[in-house]
Design a protein around this ligand. Structure first.
Ligand SMILES: [Zn+2]
Length: 287
């Protein structure tokens, strides 16, 4: 059992080989989450999820794309959450790496709005954060982890200054997945403490990616998911080639090495973690 928790299966880069790729995915017993980055790619992910049984869709607006986002477009995108194979909102977050990205305030505004809607809909969220560790953590704390809600035991039942409030328990909170996590092991521990899961991708197989290895060492396997983010960031030994969802097996192999467990144990555990995060019934392992 194997789960690629984050890929872009409907990316145009796969247009001329998608059917062949679907065969390989099936042969490997792989389940994938196809992640949207705007309305069009979210719709494409949903179409793929309807066409292929191994595919689930995640819908939302990537921080690089939110310069074009409006409340109306957001409503149309999140309307897709009614579909049974749409399993989360994402990828949403902050990306301060690229200068051509929308200004930080615009990114932060739409990150908060998408989190607020996901909380309202009770959907898990897949978070993209690049060169924005501090702001991402702060916004997630305010909108999800420490969200104050009306105290159901109080007569007023309203939120406002001075009104009775409580902080939501981890088990009642919107589930958070930090996709392709590149922060420190310490930050990963803080996220896990708040109930989030951490997903590692190709970089954990790179020699110079000490952070990712430290994160894999520091966390319990029960808090880890694996991904490819394909067609980007191929893992070793495929680095430099076009990445594809089936290469998630190399990420599982590296995680197994780091944790001192077998490949099968790493694959099964991360598969179960992904099913549980996305709310998908896990199949029994075939021996
Ligand atoms: Zn992605």
């Amino acid at each position: 059992m194997l789960f690629d928790s984050h890929c872009h299966f409907t990316d145009p880069g796969f247009d001329d080989c998608r059917d062949q790729l679907a065969e390989q995915i099936r042969d490997l017993g792989l389940t994938i989450a196809d992640i949207g980055t705007d309305l069009d790619t979210s719709l494409a992910a949903l179409r793929a999820a309807k066409q292929w049984d191994f595919c689930y869709a995640v819908v939302g607006w990537h921080p690089s794309e939110v310069g074009r986002l409006t409340e109306e477009l957001l409503a149309r995108t999140l309307e897709l959450c009614k579909e049974p194979k749409v399993v989360a909102v994402g990828e949403i977050g902050l990306d301060y790496h690229w200068e051509e990205n929308p200004p930080r305030e615009i990114q932060q505004h739409w990150f908060r709005r998408q989190l607020q809607e996901a909380v309202r809909l009770g959907m898990p969220v897949c978070i993209h954060s690049r060169d924005a560790d501090g702001d991402t953590f702060q916004i997630l704390k305010e909108e999800v982890f420490l969200k104050r809600v009306p105290d159901p035991d109080s007569a007023q039942g309203s939120v406002g200054p001075g009104s009775p409030e409580r902080t939501v328990k981890a088990s009642d909170r919107t589930k958070v997945l930090m996709h392709c996590f590149s922060g420190s092991a310490e930050l990963a521990r803080q996220y896990v403490k708040l109930g989030a899961k951490i997903s590692l991708g190709g970089p954990v197989t790179y020699k110079n990616a000490r952070h990712s290895v430290n994160v894999a060492e520091a966390l319990d396997i029960g808090d880890l998911l694996i991904e490819t983010d394909s067609p980007y960031m191929a893992p070793v030994p495929m680095r430099g080639k076009q990445n594809k969802p089936t290469y998630v097996q190399y990420v599982a192999k590296r995680i197994a090495e780091i944790k001192g467990i077998t490949y099968k144990e790493a694959a099964d555990a991360t598969y179960r973690n992904a099913c549980s995060f996305y709310g998908i019934a896990a199949e029994q392992p075939r021996d």
